[in-house]
Write a protein that binds this ligand. Sequence first.
Ligand code: 5GP
Ligand code: ZN
Length: 112
Amino acid sequence: MDCIFCAIKNGEIPSKKVYEDESVYAFRDINPQAPTHILVIPKEHIPSADAVTEKNADAVAKIFCAIPKIAAAEGLKNGYRLISNVGKDGCQSVPHLHFHILGGIQLPEKMS
Ligand code: 5GP
Ligand code: ZN
C-alpha cells in the first residue's frame, strides 16, 4: 500500500519525531500552521476517523493517551487545538488517520 504516513512511521520517509510508543507515532508537520504543529497517527493504517470501529478502537484510544504527554512535553500549558480532517469535504489530504495538535499561540475562535 502506498501511504505516506505509513512510510513515515516505518522510517522510509524522514520525519521530525516527537513521540513514539508501540502503537502511536507523532511528528512535526512539514508545513506548520502554528508555532507547534504536530501530527499524531496510529501505527496501524486506519484511513480516517470515519473508519474507526470497535475492532481498531484500541489504537485510537492509545492516541488519546499519548496526546496529553506530547502536549506536556511541548509546554502547551495554556491549551491547544486538536483537529482531524475527514474526507473531501473535511479537506483531508493524507488518507491515514491523524490528529493535528496546534498550539503555542492563541488560536482564532473561528474553526471554519
Ligand atoms: P490533512 O490535510 O490530511 O488533515 O493533513 C495532512 C498534513 O500532513 C498536512 O498538514 C501536511 O502539511 C502534512 N504532511 C504532508 N506530507 C507530509 C510529509 O511528508 N511530512 C510531514 N512531516 N508532514 C506532511
Ligand atoms: Zn497508512
